[in-house]
Design a protein around this ligand. Structure first.
Ligand SMILES: *Cc1c(COP(=O)(O)O)cnc(C)c1O
Length: 373
């Protein structure tokens, strides 16, 4: 009897991965992104499903995640995308992790480490085409010079990342693609043709930005069943995916409150009439956004129930005045479907003023994970 848990569908993860493959076609490598504990779906389990479905590459954020996957028996190529600390460099070699490098100095030191081991070590070079975060802003000529001085470091991939891929009002993505093409074309003219070029995550795939696929795509959100809505006039979506996770808790207790009673910290809610409330066995320590206080809804008996008052650390209070016979122990759905009603992570995030990414990543470690087919 768990107090709060998620159910992750292995089959849905696999189907979402296959949907991306179908949308992009046989010539494009698909590198599912399993960083951040697979957006809380459980990195090792998700990676196993993806490996069994044929994924040859997976994206992680950091060295620790890569090591965890290796220790979990994952043999796919792993791209470490969010940089690494100087003290972590040796692990890249020890665990066969492929780094994204973000500066010409990075390439030089990676070359030195590879040379010491007497190997030629592959890496992907990230170009900052306008995201203004990680990635080199060096010119193509400067990159070419750096490459010729670092023979033990092998440029296997050239990549970039978009800041506004879903925004069809802004031209930022077109500018980023143009900048990327300028560099990759210059390198190609000079005989440098990395095996992979990649630019797109979920949004660039879903809205069919083919000119921004290169020959590899990096879907994260889509693998878990989500595509963020686009802004402006987006092309038709070519990718259909379904959420792979539902999130549940239980009723701890039910009670009647008289008119005028206040509920929770700060007395944020005052009963306008006699009400029946249920106290749920989950709160913000489980990842229910504090911002859902007096705003959110959950599902019970196939109906929506409003959250009343503040969400507290371990408890959340809901209105069950309209329901008959609610009992302690009953299952309440936070994300998922209950008969005719449903709430997904995007809808819950919107109610809380968050994004679906942060909501999923916020499902906390104490929430049990159950895998279903
Ligand atoms: C997280 C990440 C992705 C995946 O993004 P989604 O929007 O979840 O598909 C792709 N590439 C990089 C570099 C990332 O950091």
């Amino acid at each position: 009897m768990h107090r709060c848990w998620i159910e992750v569908s292995r089959g849905q993860i696999a189907r979402n991965y296959q949907s991306v493959r179908q949308a992009t076609g046989p010539d494009i490598e698909v590198m599912p992104v399993v960083k951040a504990d697979a957006y809380r779906h459980g990195m090792r389990e998700v990676a196993k499903v993806l490996a069994a479905s044929g994924a040859r590459w997976m994206g992680v954020s950091n060295v620790g995640e890569g090591i965890s996957l290796r220790q979990g028996g994952i043999e796919a190529r792993l791209l470490v995308m969010a940089d690494f600390l100087p003290s972590e460099r040796d692990y890249l070699f020890e665990f066969n992790l492929t780094p994204a490098l973000h500066s010409l100095e990075d390439i030089a030191s990676y070359h030195t480490l590879a040379k010491k081991r007497d190997i030629i070590a592959p890496y992907h070079l990230k170009i900052d085409t306008g995201m203004g975060r990680l990635g080199t802003r060096a010119t193509a000529q400067e990159i070419l010079l750096a490459l010729s001085a670092t023979p033990n470091a092998q440029l296997e991939g050239l990549m970039t990342h978009f800041a506004s891929a879903g925004n069809y009002i802004s031209t930022q993505t077109e500018e980023q693609v143009a900048r990327f093409l300028e560099i990759s074309t210059y390198l190609a003219t000079s005989g440098v043709r990395p095996k992979y070029t990649h630019l797109s995550s979920t949004i660039g795939i879903a809205y069919n930005r083919r000119d921004a696929w290169g020959n590899l795509v990096r879907p994260g959100h889509a693998i878990y069943g989500y595509v963020s809505p686009a802004r402006g006039e987006a092309p038709e979506r070519i990718l259909q995916v379904q959420p792979a996770l539902c999130w549940k808790t239980r009723v701890l207790t039910v009670k009647d409150l008289p008119k005028g009673a206040q509920i929770g910290y700060g007395g944020m809610f005052r009963a306008p009439k006699p009400m029946k409330i249920a106290v749920l066995a989950a709160g913000y320590a489980d990842g229910i956004p504090h911002g859902l206080g007096n705003k959110g809804k959950v599902m019970l008996h196939g109906q929506f129930c409003n959250i009343l008052g503040a969400v507290s650390m371990d408890l959340t209070t809901i209105d069950v005045t309209h329901l008959e016979n609610v009992e302690a122990g009953e299952v309440v759905t936070l994300i998922g479907r209950d008969g005719p009603v449903s709430i997904d992570a995007q809808q819950m995030a919107r109610m809380a003023g968050e994004i679906s990414y942060s909501l999923l990543c916020g499902i906390s470690a104490r929430v049990e994970r159950i895998y279903v087919d």
